[in-house]
Design a protein. Structure first.
Length: 278
């Protein structure tokens, strides 16, 4: 009896695995169609200069408006797109779309686009960037590419030469989610980044923990040493903003300053910011 219930438990487990795996496969198939059917769009989130209080740029964030499920957040579909390789055509679409939107909307300032580590498997990534700029007429200085530390950790000998070629175009390169990866200091010295984006996980404790304030101060010190601005991500409260101002943080981004929203003139694109309701 004990054995049969153990077996039942096991097959239940397998059935659950199968269901999860079926769901993932279906999502991958649907992702393939999504690009062809125009189910993706980009939202933009403002980045504000803390000194002047003026907007200095916008991050472009990918959204998938699924015909039945509605908005699917990137955390749910980017990993699947990476596994299936679909992130390559999707990433190329994001680049071209972001450049086109930026060119048509000078008030957006510099636009920041997220790159997946998988995109660095393509030796022609710099050419894709160049073509997105040329097709839109966007000056290279108005484009910033965001990469995470983990991207650099994958295979430096491959990523660094591609990044060098991208930077040579005049495009900015920012390090995203800083503080969540490994060997951050070595990473920062190995490549001339234009901006540090401090991960939003550091914001949560800013109000309660002197250590968090100390870390913030240290990261701003690194930015000063490298002569590049530090942007704090995920700023949600006025008191976080006051800490950041007091420590001399250069730029801020977060719900307090503005939620991800459609680009002006694109309001008729499928709505919803694709994140789960809080
Ligand atoms: P990320 O690049 O670190 O983007 C910032 C994320 O934080 C966004 O989530 C944004 O909506 C969210 N956020 C902004 N302000 C706040 C805040 O005050 N509080 C909180 N809790 N969250 C805030 P989103 O749009 O869901 O994107 C999640 C991640 O998906 C991004 O993190 C990025 O890694 C990835 N992603 C988004 N678009 C693309 C894309 O076009 N290509 C690739 N490869 N990845 C993308
Ligand atoms: Mg980002
Ligand atoms: Mg980030
Ligand atoms: Mg993040």
């Amino acid at each position: 009896r004990a054995k049969s219930s153990a077996t039942r438990g096991l097959s239940f487990y397998h059935a659950e695995m199968d269901a999860a795996e079926r769901h993932r496969r279906r999502m991958k198939d649907e992702l393939r169609l999504a690009l062809a059917e125009g189910q993706f769009h980009l939202l933009c989130q403002v980045q504000v200069n803390l000194q002047t209080g003026e907007p200095c740029g916008h991050e472009m964030l990918l959204r998938w408006n699924h015909p039945e499920r509605g908005p699917v957040p990137p955390a749910e579909f980017i990993p699947l797109a990476e596994e299936s390789g679909l992130i390559l055509p999707i990433g190329e679409w994001v680049l071209r779309e972001a450049c086109a939107l930026a060119a048509a909307n000078p008030q957006l300032g510099r636009v920041a686009v997220n790159l997946s580590a998988v995109q660095f498997s393509q030796p022609d990534l710099p050419r894709q960037v160049e073509q997105a700029l040329a097709a839109s007429g966007l000056p290279a200085g108005r484009l910033e590419l965001e990469i995470t530390e983990s991207t650099l950790m994958l295979d430096r000998s491959r990523t660094l030469p591609l990044l060098e070629r991208i930077k040579a175009l005049g495009v900015h390169v920012a390090i995203d989610d800083f503080g969540t990866g490994y060997s951050s200091l070595g990473t920062l010295r190995s490549f001339p980044f234009d901006k540090i984006k401090l991960d939003r996980s550091f914001m949560a404790e800013l109000d309660t923990s002197p250590q968090a304030v100390g870390i913030l101060r240290a990261v701003i010190g690194i930015g000063r040493a490298l002569e590049i601005p530090v942007l704090a991500e995920g700023v949600e409260t006025q008191s976080q903003l006051e800490h950041l101002r007091a420590e001399g943080c250069d730029e801020v981004q977060g719900y307090l300053l503005g939620r991800p929203a459609p680009v002006p003139g694109q309001e008729n694109a499928p709505s919803g910011d694709g994140t789960l309701a809080a």
